[in-house]
Design a protein around this ligand. Structure first.
Ligand code: MCA
Ligand code: AMP
Length: 504
């Protein structure tokens, strides 16, 4: 094939007038219309001088147009780089600079913030708003609704997704066409998606879950999505009768269970509920079955690998586990220190290998080598265990990470900022239980001798640089941080110390 990703996901629908997206206010968009728009976008990109392999940084609200940019990138051979709309100008600057993006696409209301970023990084700035307007839309409107697909190979780059790390600096995970396509093909088969499916889509489309898992499976199967701008409980309940499947983070399911309108009758017709991105409590799994009769299918993945494991479609979906390695993907549990495989049943680091595993971190060969072994196994940083029946459970993390409402937050990034604030000697950031988000962020500060900390002032200062969802929900001051004999801060001890500190 000339361009495996585009041809398999999009190219097969060029002439289709079947509905692809069901939109608010009873509107809809057919595959054909969606792809004609994407072709115009691809034409505009090519006219701007972007060539195969160039990066396109995109920070725009969820909309059919935002998804069409993804399709356009695939067709023009460009590398799609979606960014969380909550990121601040400081955060975006890093991504644009690091990726060397040739163009930044943003909302008009962010133009003044994005202009200096684009300028300093030597990138072009164009706007595209959720209603489809903007300077990019205006340019694209003048281009033909067909575009000569740029040839690409399976190993060529299709997307960059930035993921933070223990050093506090984000790394661009380079995903190839085959990483995305092979995973979508496997999941479509495993989860039995057909053209008849209607997926209730309320996830953001700047992360793996909403973008690749949900959208790629839909495209591959030629089915449709009820494409909601965001998770809204009333809207989900109103739309469930029209859907056959839904994908969400655990917060989606706990919120649904908290509403009396979410009944068995409302879900009887549903074929499948999928959960991932964060641990689904066994208790939620059980409650969901009691309420609806459906067993949520939990799966496990990462930005660097797409999906690794899944509970079975047929057969027992076991609460508290993430199921079996997907076909074609090898998974082993190893000793974190030696890298040697551990006997079945023991807890160790999860390592995975397969066509799903990314190519490495953009321009970070040392980081890549630290996590991606030369034999192709990727060290996930997750601690797992395989039971006697082969079900994988995630029992902890080897990496310092907080997952709040499905968003990953790396404490180091916040600690570096806190340490820079006036009067702060040192800091530690931990996750504490949160009834809605699973975990939320608590900042623990130690003041310099004889100094009073201005907590509100600190909060405001870091708020300028950090996306809202990463900002500590609470800042507490302690005389000193617990340390082990090597001088390392004991986060476990801190988590125990503040375990009662439930922030809601
Ligand atoms: C919003 N806020 C949050 C979060 N979301 N705070 C902490 N954690 C969050 N996840 C804050 C906002 O900044 C705002 O703060 C306030 O909550 C209300 O914002 P709003 O947008 O109305 O919130 P919401 O609509 O209730 O959003 C919660 C949500 C959303 C629906 C759970 O965060 C969400 O859609 N999460 C899904 C994330 C996701 O797709 N993850 C997949 C990553 P204030 O009021 O103070 O201004 S991909 C992945 O992990 C791997 C590969 C995988 O396996 O899938
Ligand atoms: P990210 O790199 O942002 O895509 O986040 C990936 C991380 O999310 C994994 O390394 C896990 O720690 C976590 N994760 C994803 N799915 C699950 C799941 N079903 N259960 C527990 N943790 C999960």
């Amino acid at each position: 094939m000339a361009n495996p990703l585009f041809d398999s996901l999009f190219g097969q629908h060029l002439e289709s007038e079947a509905v692809f997206l069901h939109l608010p206010e009873d509107k809809s968009l057919t595959y054909g219309d969606f792809l004609r728009l994407a072709a115009q976008y691809a034409g505009a990109f090519a006219d701007m001088g972007l060539v195969a392999g160039d990066r396109v940084a995109v920070q725009i609200e969820k909309s059919p147009q935002a998804l069409a940019v993804y399709a356009a990138c695939a067709q023009a051979g460009l590398v799609f780089l979606p960014l969380n709309t909550a990121y601040t100008a400081d955060e975006v600057t890093y991504f644009v600079e690091n990726s060397g993006a040739g163009i930044v696409l943003g909302d008009d209301n962010k133009r003044s913030a994005l202009e200096p970023i684009a300028k300093s990084c030597g990138a072009r700035l164009e706007t595209l708003n959720a209603d489809g307007s903007g300077s990019f839309a205006d340019k694209a409107a003048g281009f033909p609704t067909v575009f000569d697909t740029v040839p690409r190979e399976a190993g060529d780059l299709a997307a960059f997704l930035y993921t933070s790390g223990t050093t506090g600096r984000s790394k661009g995970a380079m995903l190839t066409q085959d990483n995305l396509l092979s995973n979508a093909q496997t999941l479509q088969k495993e989860w039995r998606f057909t053209a008849r499916d209607v997926l209730l889509h309320a996830l953001p489309i700047f992360h793996t879950h909403g973008l690749f898992v949900a959208s790629n499976i839909t495209l591959l199967s030629g089915s449709s999505m009820i494409f909601l701008p965001k998770f809204d409980l009333d809207q989900i309940i109103a739309d469930l009768p029209r859907a056959s499947t839904m994908m969400g983070v655990p917060t989606f399911y706990t919120r649904l269970l908290s509403d009396a309108r979410f009944t068995k009758e409302l879900t009887t017709h549903m074929r499948l509920f999928v959960s991932g991105s964060a641990p689904l409590l066994a208790e939620t799994h059980v409650q969901f079955e009691e309420r609806t009769g459906h067993r949520i299918l939990e799966r496990y993945g990462m930005t660097e690998t797409n999906m690794n494991t899944s509970n079975p479609y047929d057969g027992e979906r076991r609460a508290g586990t993430v199921g079996f390695p997907l076909p074609g993907i090898e998974l082993k549990i190893t000793d974190s220190n030696t890298g040697e495989p551990l006997p079945q049943g023991e807890i160790g680091e999860i390592e995975v290998r397969g066509p799903n595993v990314f190519k490495g971190y953009w321009q970070m060969p040392e980081k890549t080598a630290e996590e991606l072994r030369s034999d192709g196994f990727f060290m996930t940083g997750d601690l797992g265990q395989i039971d006697a029946d082969g079900y994988v459970s995630i029992v902890g993390r080897n990496k310092d990470l907080i997952i709040s409402g499905g968003y990953n937050i790396y404490p180091k990034e916040i600690e570096l900022l806190l340490d820079d604030q006036q009067g702060v000697l040192e800091s530690a950031v931990i996750g504490v239980p949160h009834p809605d988000f699973g975990e939320s962020v608590l900042g623990v500060l130690v003041a310099r001798p004889e100094q009073e900390l201005d907590i509100e002032g600190i909060r405001q200062k870091i708020g300028k640089s950090l996306a809202r969802f990463k900002q500590p929900q609470k800042l507490v001051v302690v005389p000193e941080l617990p340390r082990n004999t090597m001088g390392k801060v004991q986060k476990k001890a801190l988590r125990e110390m503040f375990s009662g500190e439930i922030i809601s």
